[in-house]
Design a protein around this ligand. Structure first.
Ligand code: ATP
Ligand code: LTN
Length: 333
């Protein structure tokens, strides 16, 4: 019988402490997808060095991220979970794809523009070709869907363009992937600047909720969350701070935004903000407990990523070999 289970691929950078944005926009949905799809997840460490990292910190962030993914419910019995740098085919396919991607296309990427502005003293070539490595990640595994947050949509579109271009130039080689973006939690905003996204590399730690934050810290960050000078809790344009808190509350409680608005009718921000904090802390508690357990068992984490990388590498090699053949490289003896 033909295998009808579709494949999902996604990755996350070990560039800091995982935030509530990463969790609601990506990780939580990855966990659910495992029931329906053949899932492959990677720690995008190659991508992470496009911004200068402290080596020891990059190592600890990678282990913490793996532990957090396991704690959130990524099941290594069902899915692959490995480090991108352990599967050399990612970098190799990325090189080929660089030769099928135009400078103009890469210059239009908003993430490149944002990150170049943020790291003006290190606008390296890797930052520029970041999207072709991301395309390689996805195309190597012939992924049908790619679950990501809203911010990655443009990169996904470029991956699709590259796949189509290659397929049209040679013959059907890559599966053209579909973005899979959730409605609730797809774009969690910074608590300090609700017009920009919550980001783990934000210098102002009050802007994000780390999944490892204690309840006290979570409560404090929500109490300090930037809102507006009004007093009503309503979801509408111009109320970015309140809209963000309502979205977060809805995502962690499972209530709709309308239900949340009704719940807080006639109440002030002073009551609403701590309620959001309580809901988030309660939601994260069981994950934090499991995270602490995994962090005590590093050998297990190593065994998971080692086994997964071996399997991933076989799948990746088969795609890479086809690509090398199509572009005209001699067969490896
Ligand atoms: P960095 O700050 O280093 O750029 P990041 O916090 O943006 O990192 P990534 O590793 O680039 O996180 O993204 C991991 C996943 O989390 C991606 O699928 C991304 O779309 C999603 N994501 C990141 N930030 C948010 C957010 N604020 N809201 C929803 N999803 C998000
Ligand atoms: N660029 C992504 C991380 C990432 C990714 C991928 C996501 C790297 N490779 C492949 C989906 C598919 C980000 O979230 N910033």
């Amino acid at each position: 019988m033909e295998n009808t289970i579709k494949r999902s691929f996604s990755a996350i950078q070990p560039s800091g402490t995982i935030t509530l944005g990463n969790y609601l926009g990506a990780i939580r949905n990855w966990v659910k997808l495992q029931d329906e799809f053949d899932c492959i997840f990677a720690i995008a460490d190659l991508h992470t060095i496009t911004v200068r990292q402290e080596p020891a910190l990059l190592r600890s962030h990678s282990i913490e991220l793996l532990a957090m993914l396991l704690a959130a419910g990524i099941n290594p019995e069902k899915s692959l979970l490995f480090c991108q740098s352990h599967v050399h085919q990612h970098a190799e396919l990325a090189w080929v794809l660089n030769c099928y991607t135009q400078m103009g296309e890469l210059s239009r990427m908003t993430q490149f523009k944002d990150k170049s502005a943020k790291h003006a003293n290190n606008i390296n070539a890797g930052l520029f070709i970041y999207p072709t490595l991301m395309a390689a990640d996805i195309l190597l595994y012939k992924a049908d869907i790619v679950p990501v947050g809203e911010d990655q949509k443009q990169h996904l579109e470029l991956s699709r363009d590259i796949a189509n271009r290659f397929n049209n130039t040679y013959s059907e080689t890559f599966v053209v992937p579909e973005p899979y973006i959730v409605k609730s939690g797809g774009r969690v905003m910074s608590l300090q600047n609700p017009t920009s996204k919550m980001s783990k590399s934000d210098e102002n730690t009050n802007g994000f909720i780390a999944l490892t934050d204690s309840k006290d810290v979570i409560m404090r960050k929500f109490r300090r969350a930037v809102t507006d000078s009004e007093t009503v809790i309503e979801y509408r344009e111009g109320k970015d701070g309140i809209n963000n808190l309502l979205n977060i509350y809805s995502a962690v409680t499972g209530k709709t935004v309308e239900e949340a608005v009704k719940e807080f009718e006639g109440k002030g921000y002073g009551e609403f903000k701590p309620a959001v904090g309580e809901a988030v802390a309660a939601h994260l508690k069981p994950i934090q407990e499991k995270y602490n357990d995994y962090m005590k068992n590093k050998d297990y984490i190593v065994s998971v990523y080692t086994k997964s990388a071996e399997i991933a590498s076989k799948i990746a090699e088969s795609t890479l070999r086809k690509v090398y053949k199509k572009v005209g490289f001699l067969q490896k003896p």
